[in-house]
Write a protein that binds this ligand. Structure first.
Ligand SMILES: [Zn+2]
Length: 214
């Protein structure tokens, strides 16, 4: 099973992506988590990405495509994968399409999580992440209001979560990722799911479609 997740920033892609990957035994890539980790490590990629992400920008295709290509070499096994954060532009979608067809493979489903802008903005105000294991979620999911529920690390607000930054990321999403959603809709592989509701309700809807597909 090969799946891409496409909703706007803060629509819950990470949560749903991890749930799908865990349930179905798929490899999971969050390009956002990978880049935040690169920034923490001060490596070359992190240094290039930091100023762009700090203003809520998208990284150029020329930077993202080799990252995905490398990841696929290591993780495209018989089980498949879930990608969260790639493709973010039409160019990246075409890159992935080409990679798949040149390996005799195909995408099974593109899932988009739909939510009104105002709901998304209010979500980022309570969003936290664990710097140790990269868990991310809401403040009310923390253990003793401070600690990661997965590994017990001290959770922090995400670097990229300020309202100004969010506005910019959302504008990038509208400009670059909405065309990707149309691309998959036309290809007949799009599933659009409402991001309103508990994570369990959203997961259940996604799984019912995946079960029908597999
Ligand atoms: Zn953790």
């Amino acid at each position: 099973m090969r799946i891409v997740l496409l909703g706007p920033p803060a629509s819950g892609k990470g949560t749903q992506g991890r749930a799908i990957a865990a349930q179905m035994g798929l490899n999971y890539l969050s390009t956002g988590a990978l880049l935040r980790e690169a920034i923490d490590n001060r490596c070359e990629l992190g240094l290039a990405a930091e100023p762009i992400l700090a203003r809520g920008g998208y990284l150029p295709d020329a930077l993202m495509e080799p990252i995905l290509g490398e990841w696929l070499v290591r993780h495209d096994d018989k089980n498949g994968w879930v990608l969260d954060g790639f493709p973010r532009s039409l160019g990246q979608a075409q890159y992935l399409d080409q990679w798949l067809s040149s390996h005799g493979k195909k995408l099974d489903m593109a899932i988009t999580l739909a939510a009104p802008y105002e709901d998304l903005v209010s979500r980022i105000r309570s969003r936290v992440e664990c710097p140790d294991c990269r868990w991310s979620g809401k403040t009310d999911e923390l253990r003793d209001a401070e600690f990661c529920p997965t590994c017990g690390g001290l959770a922090t607000a995400r670097h990229d979560d300020s309202e100004e930054n969010y506005k910019n990321r959302y504008a990038e999403y509208v400009a670059y990722t909405l065309p990707v959603i149309d691309f998959y809709r036309e290809a007949g592989s799009l599933l659009s799911v409402s991001a309103n509701g508990t994570r369990e309700v959203i997961s259940a809807e996604i799984f019912s479609h995946l079960a029908a597909k597999s």
